[in-house]
Design a protein around this ligand. Structure first.
Ligand SMILES: Cc1cc2nc3c(=O)[nH]c(=O)nc-3n(C[C@H](O)[C@H](O)[C@H](O)COP(=O)(O)OP(=O)(O)OC[C@H]3O[C@@H](n4cnc5c(N)ncnc54)[C@H](O)[C@@H]3O)c2cc1C
Length: 754
C-alpha cells in the first residue's frame, strides 16, 4: 500500500469515526424515535404534501447516512418510511436507500481493514474465501432474507470477505425487499397510531416473516443442491438403508413396519459391530472371565478346592456360539420376513436418489425417495511408528485369537480397553494397560476411575496412566513398546498388543464426498437435529452420525432418522438426547446417566452431590461384592435428578431406575417413596435418595420435633416450647453431620415407604 493510499484511508476512518462520535455526542438518536414521529406526524404530513421531493430526498439521504455509518436506527427509518410515504413510495425509497447505505458500509469496512484482514488471516480464511467465491451471493441472500444477524453486522462482515461489491449491492437489494415490504407496511399502520386490524396484521407479518423466509431459504437451498442431479420419474424404494448394524436394522424395521418399501444393504455381516465384534462378543468374553475370577476367589466363600483351568480356545468358541445364537435376531431371514429387501454388497450413493450396490462384479442401481446412512465406525489405529511391523489386534480382529497371549499390552483406557484388559487378565494373560491421559475412564469422575483402577491393580493388571505410546520395535525375539512418561522412555516387552484408543466413523468411499455431504469436527457425518444431512432426503444415524457410540443410541437415533426420512414432509422430529444412559461392563461396572461432577463443573451447573457407599449394602455384603457407590447429582434445593453414576455389581441394570426417573421427571422423593425388595442391590438407589433426604433436614426442623415430643411427654410447658422454637427454628444447618454418622436399620428402611 502506498503512503498516499494509507493516508487517505486514515483520513476517511477519522472522518467516519468523527461522524459516529458526533451522532452519540449530540444525542442525535433522539430524532430517530417513534414517539417524536408520532408527535410530529401532522406537521410532517403537511410538509410532505407541500414538498414531497424535498422530504423524500432528506429522508433518502438520512437513511443512507444511518446505514453507511452503521448507526442504530435502520429499523426505525424503515418504519418511518412507511408512516411518511405509504407502502409503494416508502418501499421504493427504503429499498434503494438501505441497499446503497449497506453497500457504502460494506465498502468502508473493506477499505479500512478488509485488505489487512485478508493479509493477516488469509491462510485461516481460505475455507471461508472458497465458500464465498462459490456461494457468497447465496449466503448473503439467506442472511438478508432471514435477519438472524443485525443489518449493520452483515454489511461490515461481508466487507471483510472477497465478495464483489456489485454482487453485494444487487443481492442486498433483492434479498431485503420482502423484509422491507413487511416493515414498511408495519410503518404505514404505525402512522395511524391506533390499534387497527391492519396494525395487528403488520405485527403478525413481522413475527411470521422470518419463519416463511427460513422455509423459503430451505427450499431454495434444496433446489440448488438437487439441481445437479437428475431426478428419477419413479422410485424403486421409499427407503434405502446403508449398513445393517444396530442403526440400520432399526431404520429398516421402522420402514417395513410403516409399509414402506425398504432395501437394506450390508457389505459384511448382518448385525454389524454390536453382534459380531462389539457388545455381544465382549460381554460373552467377560462372562467367562468373571467365572474364572470367581473360581480364583472361591476360598473367600468357603470353597477350598475349586480351581479354574482356562482353555482359551474353548472360551473363544463359546463367544462364537453366543454370536451364532443371537444371529437370527439380526438375520436376512428375519428381516426378509418383516418385508425388508436385504441386499448383500457395498453401497455407494451416486445421486440423492440413487444407490448402487456392488457385489463382486455385479452392480445394481436402486432409486429411492430417501436414504438412511448407517455405515457405523471402525477402530481408530493411531500412526505410531513400528505398529504395523509388530502387528496388532483391534476389537475387529481380537475375536479370531485362539491362543491366549502371555503378555498383552492394551493401548487405551476407555470403556473398550478397560473391558478387554480385565477380561484377558482374568483369563490368565499378564496385562499392561497403557493410557496417555492421567486416568482410565477419563469421561467419568476421578473417584470412579480410581475405584476401577484399584480393582484392576488388585487383580494384577499393570495400569500405566500418563504414558504415551511413542514407538513399537523388535529387539531380538522380543516385541517392545516404548512409551513416554513424564519426559522418560519406558520400555515394555509384550507378546501381543490390542489397540483400543477409540473408534472413527466410516464416512469415505461411498459417495458422501461426491455429494458434498460434510463431516463434523468429530469426523462424523454432519447432520442437523433431525439427523438430516444437507440433503432433505438423506439422513444418518448410529456411530456414523455420533455424538454417542452405543447400540441403544444407534437404535434411538434410527427411529428419528427413519421416521423423518419417510414422513418428514409431514412432520419432523429432532432426536432427543436429554436422557442418555451408558455402562462400562468392567468389574465393578460403571453406569451413568446425565451429568457427573466433572461435567457439572465444566458446564457451570450448580449441583448437590449425594453418595451412598455400596460397601454398606446388605445384599452386596452377603454376595461378597461390597464395593462401589451410587452418586446422584440433584438441582440445589430440589430433588430433581441431574445425573447418576453407579459403580458396582450390576450397575448397568441398577441405573434403569434413574433413567426412568429422569425421563419422566421424577425426583429422589419418588424413589425414596418406592418399596424396594429386600435384600437387593436395587436398594442402593433408595438409600442414596435417603441420604439426600437426610441432607435436607435442618436443625431447626429437629428443634420443632423435639419441642413437640417434649410437650407430648409433658416435659415442656407451652411457654418453654415457644421459647425453644423461636430460638432454634431458624437454624438451617443440616441436622445430620455426615452420611456415615447415621446408620439406618436396613430391614426397616427397605419396607418403609417414606
Ligand atoms: C468391543 C466393543 C464393545 C462394545 N460394547 C458396547 C456395549 O456394551 N453397549 C453398547 O451400547 N455399545 C457397545 N459398543 C458400541 C456398539 O457396538 C456400536 O455403537 C454400535 O454397534 C453401532 O451401530 P451402528 O449401526 O451405528 O454401526 P455398525 O454396527 O458398525 O454397523 C454399520 C454397518 O454398516 C456396514 N457398512 C458400512 N459401509 C457400508 C457400505 N458402503 N455398504 C454396505 N454396508 C456398509 C458395515 O459393514 C456394518 O455392518 C461396543 C463396541 C465395541 C467395539
Amino acid at each position: 500500500m502506498t503512503a498516499t493510499a494509507a493516508t487517505r484511508r486514515l483520513a476517511i476512518a477519522v472522518l467516519i469515526l468523527a461522524a459516529i462520535a458526533a451522532f452519540f455526542f449530540f444525542d442525535l438518536g433522539r430524532y430517530l424515535s417513534l414517539e417524536l414521529l408520532k408527535s410530529e406526524r401532522d406537521t410532517l404530513a403537511d410538509y410532505r404534501t407541500a414538498h414531497p421531493l424535498l422530504l423524500g430526498t432528506i429522508y433518502f439521504a438520512t437513511y443512507v447516512a444511518v446505514a453507511a455509518l452503521s448507526l442504530p436506527g435502520a429499523a426505525f427509518m424503515t418504519l418511518a418510511g412507511g408512516a411518511l410515504f405509504g407502502v409503494l413510495m416508502g418501499t421504493a425509497l427504503v429499498s434503494f436507500a438501505s441497499a446503497a447505505g449497506a453497500t457504502l458500509a460494506f465498502l468502508v469496512a473493506r477499505m479500512i481493514i478488509g485488505d489487512w484482514v485478508q493479509q493477516r488471516f488469509g491462510a485461516r480464511l481460505a475455507a471461508i474465501n472458497a465458500g464465498i467465491d462459490r456461494d457468497g451471493a447465496f449466503y448473503l441472500f439467506a442472511l438478508r432474507l432471514v435477519p438472524l444477524f443485525p443489518f449493520f453486522v452483515v454489511n461490515l462482515v461481508m466487507g471483510l470477505t472477497r465478495l464483489p461489491a456489485r454482487t453485494f449491492y444487487w443481492v442486498s437489494q433483492i434479498g431485503m425487499l420482502p423484509g422491507t415490504l413487511v416493515y414498511v407496511y408495519a410503518g404505514t399502520q404505525l402512522g395511524e397510531f391506533r390499534i387497527s386490524l391492519g396494525l395487528v396484521l403488520a405485527f403478525v407479518l413481522l413475527g411470521v416473516f422470518p419463519l416463511f423466509a427460513r422455509k423459503a431459504i430451505a427450499v431454495l437451498k434444496a433446489r440448488r443442491l438437487y439441481a445437479h442431479w437428475p431426478r428419477p420419474a419413479r422410485f424403486d424404494y421409499n427407503l434405502v438403508v446403508i449398513g445393517a448394524g444396530s442403526a440400520g436394522l432399526v431404520s429398516a424395521y421402522i420402514g417395513a413396519a410403516t409399509r414402506a418399501k425398504v432395501a437394506l444393504i450390508e457389505e459384511h455381516q448382518m448385525g454389524g459391530d454390536c453382534l459380531n465384534t462389539g457388545c455381544v462378543p465382549s460381554k460373552a468374553l467377560l462372562r467367562s472371565a468373571k467365572l474364572a475370577a470367581q473360581f480364583a476367589n472361591a476360598r473367600e466363600f468357603g470353597i477350598v478346592s475349586a480351581q479354574a483351568t482356562v482353555d482359551f480356545a474353548a472360551v473363544m468358541e463359546r463367544v462364537a456360539r453366543v454370536i451364532k445364537t443371537i444371529e437370527p435376531h439380526d438375520s436376512v431371514a428375519r428381516y426378509t420376513a418383516l418385508g425388508v429387501n436385504c441386499l448383500r454388497g457395498t453401497a455407494r450413493i451416486t445421486s440423492p436418489w440413487t444407490v448402487t450396490v456392488r457385489d463382486g462384479n455385479t452392480e445394481t442401481a436402486l432409486t429411492t425417495r430417501s436414504i438412511v446412512i448407517a455405515a457405523g465406525s471402525r477402530p481408530l489405529v493411531p500412526p505410531i511408528p513400528g505398529l504395523d511391523q509388530v502387528g496388532y489386534y483391534t476389537s475387529d480382529s481380537v475375536w479370531n485369537l485362539r491362543e491366549l497371549p502371555r503378555r498383552l499390552v492394551v493401548l487405551g483406557g476407555g470403556p473398550i480397553g478397560c473391558e478387554l484388559a480385565q477380561a484377558f487378565a482374568r483369563l490368565g494373560a499378564r496385562v499392561t494397560q497403557v493410557e496417555m491421559l492421567p486416568r482410565i475412564l477419563v469421561r467419568e469422575d476421578p473417584d470412579v476411575s480410581a475405584q476401577v483402577q484399584a480393582q484392576f491393580e488388585r487383580e494384577g493388571i499393570r495400569v500405566l496412566v500418563d504414558h504415551s505410546a511413542r514407538q513399537f520395535l523388535h529387539a531380538g525375539e522380543e516385541k517392545i513398546l516404548v512409551a513416554s512418561h513424564q519426559g522418560h522412555d519406558v520400555r515394555l516387552a509384550f507378546d501381543a498388543v490390542l489397540v483400543a484408543v477409540g473408534r472413527v466413523a466410516n464416512t469415505s468411499g461411498y459417495g458422501l464426498e461426491e455429494l458434498g455431504i460434510g463431516t463434523t469436527r468429530a469426523r462424523t457425518v454432519a447432520t442437523d437435529g433431525a439427523l438430516q444431512t444437507i440433503y432433505p432426503n438423506i439422513f444418518a444415524c448410529g456411530d456414523v452420525a455420533g455424538p454417542y457410540q452405543f447400540t441403544h443410541t444407534a437404535a434411538h437415533q434410527a427411529w428419528y432418522a427413519a421416521v423423518n426420512a419417510l414422513f418428514g414432509n409431514l412432520r419432523r422430529f429432532n432426536a432427543d438426547y436429554r436422557v442418555i444412559p451408558w455402562a462400562t461392563f468392567t468389574d465393578p461396572e460403571v453406569a451413568r446417566v446425565g451429568l457427573n461432577e466433572i461435567e457439572a463443573k465444566e458446564k457451570n451447573i450448580a449441583a448437590t452431590v449425594t453418595v451412598y457407599g455400596i460397601d454398606d449394602l446388605d445384599r452386596a455384603i452377603a454376595d461378597g461384592n461390597a464395593r462401589g457407590m451410587v452418586k446422584v447429582l440433584t438441582a440445589p434445593g430440589s430433588d430433581r435428578i441431574l445425573g447418576a453414576t453407579i459403580v458396582g455389581e450390576h450397575a448397568g441394570d441398577l441405573l434403569a431406575e434413574f433413567v426412568l426417573a429422569m425421563k419422566h421427571g421424577m425426583g429422589l422423593n419418588k424413589i425414596l417413596g418406592t418399596i424396594h425388595t429386600y435384600p437387593t442391590l436395587a436398594e442402593a438407589n433408595k438409600y442414596v435418595a435417603g441420604n439426600w433426604k437426610r441432607g435436607t433436614v435442618t436443625r431447626g426442623q429437629w428443634a420443632i420435633l423435639d419441642a413437640y415430643q417434649g410437650w407430648r411427654r409433658g416435659a415442656n410447658g407451652l411457654g418453654a416450647v415457644i421459647a425453644q422454637l423461636s430460638a432454634l427454628v431458624r437454624d438451617q444447618r443440616p441436622a445430620y453431620a455426615s452420611d456415615a454418622a447415621e446408620k439406618v436399620d436396613r430391614r426397616a428402611a427397605a419396607g418403609a415407604s417414606h
